[in-house]
Design a protein around this ligand. Structure first.
Ligand code: PRX
Length: 654
């Protein structure tokens, strides 16, 4: 698989942080350099020191890294901690009246919540959870709009040791049902709906559909009133948020939990089967959130206004909205909606209105906003910005430069952060004081992160620009602990090769002459559509569940704004549909996938064919389909296929 990619564009521009950025940063370049060196020389000692300094422990730990159950690595495992205490209570002496959250709804409603108010809200809700029988270790599914209450619900679970599983509000009832069932959740916390993209999303209807006729473990559904739309409340099962927490005390003891206690499960797509529940720990996860908030985002709790645009339904919304900013005592913006409502100036207006200093978003949003034109950012005062970030997919140099010049006024470093649901926190990213940025590169592994590139045998590739598997050699505190209820799947997915020596990220990458990492895309059948991770198999299963479909294969194709778009090849049970019948079926199948998974998984293009390209042993030639998706010329020998003539049809040429 190693490939030399000298032919690809080599991006050599370097952008060091400005003198003034470095001068105002929380750590000097020398201090950051010392962190890299300490981590290199004394790995465990480094993490021990970080954990002692940055977490308030309910019970101190003596063991740093335990490898007994490898590859289920354990960190600080005889210590005890409460994550909510670390995010809220410990700041109260100094920051009770500081704004923790500036919330802005898509329709313009705003709310400032201080750390004291957040504390009281979280405590009331946590008390209500307890009164309703939720105990340490119980699973609670949170299916909410992107509003401050979602963070309150997550923090309340953390406070009493309940394990939350947030399901993105854009997922369908079917997808929600699968996740609720897999997690064995006792409760669902939801809202009547949310405002998104100028519409209302009817969340409670989806919860009802997910629970219908299904003897799931859910005993109670807590419903926040957000849109005021008419919904049904099921007697005995459903309760309004306000009633649920009415009369509860503003104080709830934070329950100390073991460091390894599962703080949350978050479902993500893989290359096979159903989404897997990525299980995260409490202490190690918290440590990853804190260290990266400090190193990568350089957040100054006394000055910065931090805004990460991710939804809490994704890992970025966990680490960089619900936990990280609070754990370091920062003031953050939470915005409910999408960037284009009412127009492409919305993000920049939010930045101006709340004097945002630190802004973290996805390349797909930047590309869409760039396309809308510079007249939008030009209307707003963005001068408070001092640091920009991106996450979720590679950013093309053109979008990077636009972000740098138009949004950052050529004075803000851009931290391009590579990481995954499974890694818990940023892994490869610049610490701007010491690492110059290069457009399109996530730069260097952070202190204490041992990322390398290896070939198929597991040998480190040291030749510059030679691609290979991105792996993490040493375990790190915020790493995935297991796949919920499926240790075997955990091992097979993340430690399948190299004698279990390395964590396999599932990405291809190369390292340039300066040791900078360049992510080249996934090695598995996972698509990255608008920064959202989707398994091709998931979409295929949804398609074949439709009565008209006999077989389906899904691949990605390049897309200017989304990065990647979904292309589905579909073989029907009867004849291949043509003309109007084909158009009608395309529409139906897109709707169908939206219902089965969610609108984000809707195929952008569906091509009907008589068959799929198969080897003589009947295996679908996915590589060939991927090439067709990318519009590449087919140079490989297709004569060994059972049905070579099908290729032209799949390309749309016959
Ligand atoms: O392929 C990489 C891509 O997103 C994948 C992880 O997706 P997910 O678990 O949904 O988490 C996204 C947010 C952390 C990775 O395997 N990816 C993530 N960040 C970058 C990236 N690709 C290139 N550059 C990045 N900065």
């Amino acid at each position: 698989m190693s490939q030399n990619i000298e032919s690809t564009l080599v991006e050599n521009r370097r952008f060091p942080a400005s003198e003034s950025f470095i001068h105002n940063a929380q750590h000097s370049p020398e201090q950051i350099q010392a962190l890299y060196e300490q981590a290199e020389n004394d790995y465990e000692g480094f993490w021990k020191e970080q954990a002692e300094a940055k977490i308030d422990w309910s019970k101190p730990f003596s063991s740093v890294l335990s490898t007994e159950r490898a590859p289920h690595f354990e960190w600080f495992n005889d210590g005890e901690v409460n994550v909510s205490y670390n995010c809220i209570d410990r700041h109260l002496e100094e920051r009770a009246h500081q704004t923790a959250i500036i919330f802005e709804g898509e329709r313009g409603d705003t709310r400032h919540i201080t750390y004291k108010e957040l504390h009281d809200e979280v405590c009331r809700f946590a008390n209500a959870l307890k009164v309703n029988g939720i105990q340490k270790g119980d699973r609670v599914v949170i299916y909410m709009p992107m509003i401050a209450h979602a963070v309150v619900a997550m923090q309340a679970c953390a406070r009493i040791g309940a394990t939350h599983s947030v399901v993105f509000g854009g997922f369908s009832a079917e997808a929600l049902r699968d996740r609720v069932a897999d997690a064995g959740a006792k409760m669902i916390i939801t809202a009547d709906g949310g405002f998104r993209g100028g519409k209302t999303v009817r969340l409670k209807d989806a919860v009802d559909a997910a629970l219908e006729g299904n003897p799931l473990s859910v005993e109670k559904v807590v419903v926040l009133k957000r849109t005021g739309d008419d919904i049904e409340m099921k007697e005995g099962r459903d309760v309004w948020w306000d009633e649920f927490e009415a009369g509860m005390s503003n104080y709830c003891d934070p329950v100390p939990v073991e460091a390894e206690h599962p703080l949350f499960i978050l479902y993500t797509s893989g290359s096979t089967g159903k989404p897997k529940g990525v299980q995260h720990s409490s202490a190690g996860y918290l440590l990853g959130a804190i260290t990266t908030m400090q190193w990568v985002f350089d957040v100054n709790p006394n000055k910065d206004v931090y805004w990460c645009t991710a939804d809490v339904g994704w890992i970025t919304g966990h680490t960089y909205v619900a936990y990280g900013p609070l754990a370091v005592g920062a003031t953050q913006v939470i915005y409910e909606g999408v960037p284009m409502v009412p127009d492409a100036g919305r993000f920049w207006k939010v930045c101006e209105d709340h004097k945002v200093t630190t802004f973290y978003t996805a390349p797909t949003a930047i590309r869409a906003l760039m396309k809308a034109g510079e007249q939008f950012p030009d209307q707003y005062d963005l001068s408070a910005l001092r640091l920009l970030g991106t996450v979720g997919e590679p950013i093309n140099p053109e979008a990077w430069m636009w972000y740098y010049e138009k949004i950052g006024a050529s004075k803000c470093p851009i931290v391009d952060t590579w990481w995954q649901t499974e890694t818990g926190a940023n892994m490869i990213a610049p610490v701007p004081q010491t690492t110059d940025c290069k457009p399109g590169s996530c730069t260097r592994p952070l202190p204490g992160i041992d990322a390398i590139i290896v070939d198929e045998e597991g040998n480190e590739i040291t030749t510059p620009n030679q691609g290979g598997y991105l792996v993490i050699r040493k375990p790190w505190p915020s790493m995935i602990r297991t796949v919920w209820n499926d240790d075997e799947r955990f091992q097979n997915t993340y430690y399948p090769m190299f004698d279990g020596k390395y964590y396999l990220a599932g990405d291809n990458a190369r390292k340039d002459e300066d040791g900078y990492f360049w992510i080249m895309g996934r090695t598995d059948d996972v698509l990255n559509v608008s920064g959202h991770r989707l398994g091709t198999m998931e979409i295929e299963s949804a398609l074949v569940a439709h009565e008209a479909v006999a077989e389906a294969a899904v691949v990605g194709m390049p897309h200017e704004v989304k990065g990647e778009a979904v292309l589905a090849f579909v073989i029907c049970k009867g004849d291949r549909p043509e003309g109007e019948a084909a158009d009608a079926l395309v529409k139906e199948l897109r709707e169908w996938v939206s219902q089965q998974i969610g609108p984000i998984a809707k195929p952008d293009q569906i091509r009907f064919a008589d068959n799929l390209p198969k080897t003589r042993s009947g295996k679908i030639m996915r590589r060939l389909l991927r090439s067709i998706g990318k519009g590449e010329e087919i140079t490989s020998d297709i004569s060994t296929l059972e049905n070579p003539a099908i290729v032209a049809q799949l390309q749309g040429k016959a």
